[in-house]
Design a protein. Structure first.
Length: 197
């Protein structure tokens, strides 16, 4: 049996793990998010690995530490969290009427007695199409305050849902945590997250 640690303060990741019945504790990393990679896939994998390894360094054997990082990209350009309302409006203007990608990097550090730490990491990508939006719609959405703490300036699980035309891939990946892919990857390593207490 393993103790599960989520190395993320994201309320959405916490909700997803709770939703599927995984028992875990939250311990966030204090590491600075310094990015050395350039492509969205490499960036999210690097940040997720850094978060997980930072927290895992203080953990005892019999622990699995899970780190994740989500990023929105359009035409290869990374969109982080908006700095302010004006920046949020600019981001949504770029996304509206087009297809973009949401990438989540996940890293699980498995700490076992007498063995080197095992790192299991992957990147999940989901394609998202956003309907065309008017300036009034963009202004009204940004005025809700919802976009300000979200990568790409929107939350698919919130008020922005009415502007989503379609998606291709894992919905929960857009919310911020591809839990199904993580579950399957750990099963390949003979670890059943649902039986960890």
């Amino acid at each position: 049996m393993y103790k599960i640690i989520l190395a993320s303060g994201s309320p959405r990741r916490k909700e997803i793990l709770e939703q599927v019945g995984i028992e875990f504790s939250v311990i966030t990393s204090n590491d600075e998010e310094v990015i050395q990679k350039s492509s969205p896939e490499e960036i999210v994998e690097e940040l997720a690995t850094r978060k997980a390894c930072s927290v895992a360094s203080d953990m005892e054997e019999g622990t699995i530490v899970i780190g994740a990082d989500t990023m929105v990209a359009i035409d290869g350009q990374v969109m982080g969290k908006p700095k302010d309302e004006g920046n949020a409006k600019d981001m949504i203007r770029k996304l509206q009427g087009k297809k973009h990608q949401v990438y989540t990097g996940v890293c699980a550090v498995v700490k076992e007695a007498g063995k080197e730490d095992r790192l299991i990491h992957f990147v999940e990508a989901t394609h998202v199409w956003v309907h065309s939006m008017t300036e009034a719609q963009i202004d009204a959405y940004v005025a809700t305050g919802e976009p300000l703490d979200k990568a790409g300036a929107y939350g698919i699980q919130g008020k922005f849902a009415v502007y989503i035309e379609k998606i291709e891939g894992d919905y929960l990946n857009i919310v911020g945590f591809p839990v199904s892919k993580l579950y399957e990857r750990l099963l390949e390593e003979d670890i059943d997250l649902l039986s960890c207490k």
